[in-house]
Design a protein around this ligand. Sequence first.
Ligand SMILES: [Ca+2]
Ligand SMILES: [Ca+2]
Ligand SMILES: [Ca+2]
Ligand SMILES: [Ca+2]
Length: 204
Amino acid sequence: MKTLTPALAALMLMGTLTPALAADADTDGDGIPDISEPLLHTDPMNPDTDGDGVNDLADGEPVNAPSPITAGGAQATYRIGELLVENNVDPVAHKDAPDHLEVQVFNDGAADLTGYTLFYRFTDNDSGATEAYIVHPGVTIPAGGAARIHLDDGTQMGHLRANPNSIYVTSMAGKHVTATVQAPGMAAVTATVEKDPGGAEQAD
Ligand SMILES: [Ca+2]
Ligand SMILES: [Ca+2]
Ligand SMILES: [Ca+2]
Ligand SMILES: [Ca+2]
């Protein structure tokens, strides 16, 4: 017998408890109604919330991607500079920006850097729950320069969509955050940061 995924279990629960609401809108078409996605901590606008290639409905751990990082490789020509999870600043307006994960990557190489992967993980310091996500930023980091990758609403260049139902948003506990960058054939680089207890703040 096939094992019930968390998504299917939640769907059945929803169906039992709220038949009138359980129908209808499934914006991202992953088979999980919009109203059920928050229960699963998944993103109603992303059919594969954790980026591991398995659709939210079929994914036994829809907010836990297995690490795509490989050991070894040539010495990395890139490094992580700042890693922020709060106190972000809008570089254009020079004002506070809503809290989000922001990774600054330096490229010390002679060629522009593209095609790299970002793997990040949140650990909730109270519950011990973890979430892990794979993203392919598609942000070119110029040779000898740097770029910032933002995980927020994904509406601007250099910004990717973050899961609005992540423990990053929903848990008030402090969090341990790890970010790893790896380009094909090169060694991975990792940085960590602690997020203070309290919610993800919105800019005023
Ligand atoms: Ca859906
Ligand atoms: Ca989804
Ligand atoms: Ca998935
Ligand atoms: Ca998964």
